[in-house]
Design a protein around this ligand. Sequence first.
Ligand code: PGA
Length: 247
Amino acid sequence: MEPELPHLIAGNWKMHGSLAGIAAYANAIRGAQPHADLLICPPFPFLDRFAQALAGSAIALGTQDCHANAQGAHTGDVSAAMVKETGATFVILGHSERREDHGETNAHINAKVSAALAAGLTPIVCVGESLAQRQAGEAEPFVRSQLLHSLPAGFAGIIAYEPIWAIGTGLTPTEPDVVAMHAAIRAALIEQLGSAGAGLRILYGGSVKPNNAASLLALPEVGGALVGGASLKPEDLLAIAAAAPRD
Ligand code: PGA
């Protein structure tokens, strides 16, 4: 079933950018009025500056992680409630870089998703296979297992399908492979969540650029894009948003 929401173009800045660059970036995007929804997920220290620079615009803010606990002795971590307090409304969880760099398991991600939902944030849960898994024909069962174990009962949020081998490489899956995986994710969501799973947005992520966005975003069950490298340039992010079909 096609989501009825507008396409969502979400920028994942990862560990890039600087405080000094935020005003110019925000100015470049805040007047754009694209027909897609826009979301920026900068590093934690930039959130407040971004919230001020985007105040009054329709552009949403999010973070790239949160802790599973509401508070406590967790040096270096940030809770979902703290994220919410800054004015951010989304949180990316389970990105493959966090699974890899921080040993995050599906169980950790499941707990973080619950914390995000309890704080009133919309989680964007990332799933996706390695190249070896795709070549072995294991991509779909692997992603289904990630969904089964990463999503708590009653999940209400967004899924981002990001094949690990497509992230930052300039490679993308073939269109039939994207369509097949998004259909498999939709079927898994409905199986897990019932009718609530039918309307959740499923983003594609991995080397989305202005020159491939129109074809990727037009595919069935692709409800938007999670954009890394290209989100650092406001003109590229806006070009991707402009390439989204009008819903
Ligand atoms: P990329 O990153 O667009 O630079 O491939 C996507 C992501 O990791 O979210």
